[in-house]
Design a protein around this ligand. Structure first.
Ligand code: KIV
Length: 272
């Protein structure tokens, strides 16, 4: 167990203070390899439970257990020295009671040395968020489209298309912020509602499929790099590395098959 905090690491109070100021840049990373790439450029690295789908090929995030989140959180923490690292609490690890949530969040924090946890849910999670934050566990909340509720929502459905739902979604965001969340992820929420919530909250909102008016943005790294096969409409492809990787792997396969690899520079000759 290590509690080393690099002295120039971005902290929870730094993020909290960015409300209405310079936009907060967040990306996911699930491993030391990707954390090393992302860390110099972002304010927050999220070890999201989306890793269940992106890394492990599952069809939803429901299969990400605590052990898996801890494993990936530890890997990311070995390579991230600048960004605030937030680890997702997986489905089933925090809903039963504030006490259970505390035990599991404390495990995530002590075994990974991350700075905060994220959990999904609005007003129903307010008591838990208050319980954790009063006991030293910073919580990033997540409202709007909450992927762990995919079965209840009937799919990954944009929230707020029906004007009648706005007050409930806004109340969820206000509820988790008042309970002590230091930031609120707004996912898959219609743009004017996300902007309205951002104006209302005193803590930063981090949008994903939400609004450019949010105090920050987060994307799944593999989506924005163009490595995933399919991505939601809101995930702009900033590059198409999947195509580049396909080309490189095909070249390797060809070089092995025609025996042009390994070449003289890639083998060790015996000098007598
Ligand atoms: O699991 C995840 O990656 C997330 C976001 C992208 C917000 O929760």
């Amino acid at each position: 167990m290590s509690f080393h905090q690099s002295s120039d690491r971005i902290t929870v109070p730094h993020i909290r203070a960015r409300k209405g100021a310079k936009p907060i840049v967040a990306l996911t990373a699930y491993s030391a390899l990707t954390a090393r790439l992302v860390d110099p450029h972002v304010d927050i690295i999220l070890v999201g439970d989306s890793l269940a789908m992106v890394e492990h090929g599952l069809t939803s995030t429901l299969g990400a257990g605590l052990d898996l989140m801890v494993l990936h959180g530890r890997s990311v923490m070995r390579a991230a020295h600048h960004a605030l690292v937030v680890v997702d609490m997986p489905f089933g690890s925090y809903e039963r009671s504030p006490q259970v949530a505390f035990d599991n969040a404390a495990r995530v924090m002590s075994e990974t040395s991350c700075s905060a946890v994220k959990l999904e849910g609005g007003c129903a999670m307010a008591e838990t968020i208050a319980f954790l934050t009063k006991r030293g566990i910073p919580v990033m909340a997540h409202v709007g489209l909450t992927p762990q509720s995919v079965m209840t929502l009937g799919g990954f459905k944009v929230q707020g298309r029906d004007r009648d739902d706005w007050s409930r979604i806004e109340a969820d965001a206000v509820g988790v912020a008042e309970a002590g969340a230091f930031a609120v992820v707004l996912e898959g929420t219609v743009e004017p509602l996300a902007a309205q919530i951002t104006r209302r909250l005193v803590v930063p909102t981090i949008g994903i499929g939400a609004s450019a008016e949010c105090d920050g943005q987060v994307l799944v790294l593999e989506d924005m790099l163009g490595l995933t096969e399919r991505a939601p409409r809101f995930a702009r492809r900033f590059d198409h590395l999947g195509l580049a990787a396909d080309k490189a792997i095909a070249s390797y396969a060809e070089a092995v098959r025609n025996r042009s690899f390994p070449g003289a520079d890639e083998t060790y000759q015996f000098k007598s």
